[in-house]
Design a protein around this ligand. Structure first.
Ligand SMILES: [Zn+2]
Ligand SMILES: [Zn+2]
Ligand SMILES: [Zn+2]
Length: 368
């Protein structure tokens, strides 16, 4: 029985080592934490650090099957292990041999790479693509190291095993075994997909992710995909010197405000229309569109009807467009409590009458 418990435990542990959950990351039980003294400083020698880290990762992953068999022998007793695997079964020695293939192959690979000063390591090879005549991958590496040391680089953790780095000239995706690099000058960035996930249905919290295809045009360079939270998109865009193309069919919210405006519009659409025969003028906020919103007290919050927090009738004519009112509404809210914005109140920008979301009505003009 203990064998089964050990098996389940070991599988969970292995999964947590390969794809560490937040708890493991904060407790410092990840490959890069365990080997930190050998890995050296990421900030000083970024490329060398990641070559070492990829080797450590490969080695740790490759010994996992061997660790399982070792654990069976140490913690269970060998007899139960035999029962579990079948007595006199050739499976047992076969498994023992198989479990050693991984580490032996890893050591062999590392020895191959280490020849010729790591020039054949996958990370060095991906840098070698960017070598100019007579230079070697190491000079590209030192250029990247120098840029990585600058404080204005952008580092985005996209999950516990991948990170995106944008320096002045480079875009780098860090994955467990590899670094994907692209020089900004000859790279096309295309947002080709976005997807929305509801965090919890009660709080209307949702996260949006975008997939950005990074396509270097340099011969031999590999294209790769960056997947990040839509709210991190702006940070990346600000750091990248090239425009990021967003395909026409992809929509996403670049900022919290963006997201709020869309939700605001959705909510307002549920309110009754305000009908008027008046001619509508341009929105005085943006001067771009015809005003289409009237603050019209509709909410009946009896308990607050006379309190200081009660909504008040606004007698201003329709002067704003929905976009501008949404922005105004957001600008009056507590920046750190975005989840309370929709249920909060605001004042009319002109007469200062208090209003809530229920009092914002879209205007419909009656034809005479
Ligand atoms: Zn406007
Ligand atoms: Zn007003
Ligand atoms: Zn109200």
């Amino acid at each position: 029985m203990t064998v089964y418990i050990f098996t389940v435990f070991y599988m969970l542990l292995s999964a947590c080592i390969i794809y560490p959950p937040i708890e493991f990351v904060s407790a410092g039980i990840t490959v890069k934490d365990i080997f930190s003294s050998w890995l050296g400083s990421e900030n000083e020698f970024f490329i060398q650090y990641h070559i070492k880290r990829s080797i450590a990762t490969l080695f740790v992953h490759s010994v996992l099957p061997f660790g399982y068999l070792l654990g069976l022998v140490l913690f269970g007793n060998i007899e139960t292990a035999r029962i579990f695997l079948g007595s006199d079964n050739p499976l047992w020695p076969t498994l023992a041999v198989c479990s050693l293939i991984g580490p032996i192959y890893a050591v062999y690979k590392v020895l191959c790479w280490s020849r010729n000063n790591w020039a054949t390591h996958p990370i060095a090879e991906s840098l070698a693509v960017y070598c100019n005549n007579n230079t070697r991958w190491i000079s590209v590496a030192s250029d990247i190291n120098i840029e990585y040391r600058r404080i204005d680089k952008i580092v985005i953790d996209t999950n516990s095993v991948t990170r995106i780095v944008a320096t002045d000239n480079w875009i780098i995706k860090i994955s467990p075994y590899k670094l994907y690099v692209a020089h900004q000058s000859d790279t096309a960035l295309i947002v080709n997909k976005s997807d929305t996930h509801v965090m919890s249905p009660t709080t209307r919290g949702e996260v949006q992710f975008v997939n950005i295809e990074v396509k270097p045009t340099r011969i031999g360079a590999q294209s790769f995909t960056i997947r990040l939270n839509a709210l991190d998109f702006k940070d990346l865009q600000d750091k990248v010197s090239r425009p990021i193309t967003v395909l026409e069919n992809v929509t996403f919210h670049r900022t919290v405000l963006d997201r709020f405006i869309d939700t605001f519009k959705e909510e307002v659409a549920k309110n009754p229309y305000y009908e008027t025969a008046q001619e509508l003028e341009q929105c005085i906020g943006c001067m771009q569109t015809t005003s289409n919103v009237k603050l019209n007290r509709l909410c009946e919050n009896v308990s607050e009807a006379v309190g200081p927090d009660a909504c008040v009738a606004c007698y201003c004519r329709p002067m704003w467009c929905i976009e501008c009112i949404a922005k105004w509404f957001a600008s009056r809210q507590n920046e750190n409590a975005t989840e309370t914005w929709l249920s909060s109140k605001c004042t009319c920008p002109v007469c200062r009458a208090k209003f809530c979301l229920l009092d914002v009505c879209l205007v419909r003009t009656l034809s005479q």
